[in-house]
Ligand binder design. Structure first.
Ligand code: ZN
Length: 305
């Protein structure tokens, strides 16, 4: 984002990254309702489902049924399906997702645990997934997990992430994302990564994905926007985590980001009141309060009564 372009596009990932790590098994109808709420709040990009192995991620076992309730209903809304391999990409196409988000990993142990693969094979697999997306006429994005640190291998060098980014460019993704899978990043890492990435390619959009595990999620998101990121993942309610990352807590909360951005003069196109309403609805669905601060504190200034 330049100083003039005071805007950032948020991608709602609560239906995918949010729900996949909740113990409560949310019904297909409520998953569909969550996406409907996201669209009503103004999201035009929603990561709606993950095509993971249902034995490993049972929360996403009904991905096809969720998409059957959504596909074709919201013109102009991008319904993204997450794919961990070519099989997942084929399922995303069959389910009528409008974008495939393929995941590669920057660290070996997490690559083995998350996708039963090596970093090299995941990066090489991008070509196959890209071919599936291209044949279906769908845009491909690629997210690089553990881009800022790994729960098992520790520090991940930015040079390593940038080398992966360069390799991904050969598959022509529309968007490349840097994911702080376990919420260990700090803002200076984010600024540095985006500066390194932006000189690699001018036509690619950059995306960031933050978790608030160590209370740096909002700071990282602001750093990313000030460094010119195109897309930021966020989860209404701040719910979620990663089933294969110990102690990872929720995604950075959409309503907390929207509150801060709007007060900073950065437009998101989102309706804060609608997000807070979904926050409360989600607490009911999950049977517990959700982490986002705005659900408790409410917006500021307070509405006149
Ligand atoms: Zn995540």
């Amino acid at each position: 984002m330049t100083a003039e372009a005071r805007h950032v596009t948020l991608i709602e990932v609560a239906p995918r990254d949010g729900l996949q790590n909740e113990k409560t098994m949310v019904s297909t109808a409520d998953k569909i309702a969550l996406v409907e709420r996201a669209v009503t709040a103004g999201f035009r990009h929603v990561e709606a489902v993950s095509f993971a192995n249902p034995k490993r991620v049972p929360q996403m076992a009904d991905a096809e049924a969720v998409m059957a309730g959504l596909a074709g209903r919201f013109p102009g809304v991008n319904l993204i399906g997450l794919a961990l391999n070519a099989r997942g990409a084929e399922r995303a196409v069959a389910a009528r997702c409008t974008q495939i988000n393929y995941v590669v990993v920057a660290s070996e142990t997490f690559a083995a645990r998350n996708q039963n693969s090596s970093v090299e094979d995941l990066v090489a697999g991008t070509r196959e997934v890209a071919a599936i997306a291209r044949a279906a006429g769908l845009p491909l994005s690629v997210s690089i997990a553990t881009a800022f640190g790994c729960p098992f291998d520790g520090e991940v060098a930015p040079e390593r992430v940038i080398a992966i980014t360069e390799a991904l460019l050969a598959s022509d993704p529309v968007e490349i994302g840097f994911a702080d899978t376990i919420g260990c990043a700090v803002p200076t890492q984010v600024t540095d990564m985006l500066a390194r990435a932006r000189v690699l390619a001018s036509e690619v959009k950059w995306r960031c994905h933050f978790h608030d595990t160590r209370n740096t999620g909002l700071s990282n998101a602001i750093a990313a926007v000030l460094a010119g990121v195109d897309f930021l993942d966020a989860s209404t309610g701040g719910i979620g985590g990663c089933p294969f990352a110990p102690a990872a807590t929720g995604n950075v909360a959409a309503e907390d980001l929207v509150y801060a951005f709007h007060r900073m003069g950065i437009a998101t196109g989102l309706d804060l009141d609608a997000l807070i309403d979904t926050n409360r609805w989600l607490a009911g669905v999950l049977g517990k309060p959700v982490p986002a601060a705005l659900g408790r504190a409410g917006p500021f200034p307070p509405k006149a009564v």
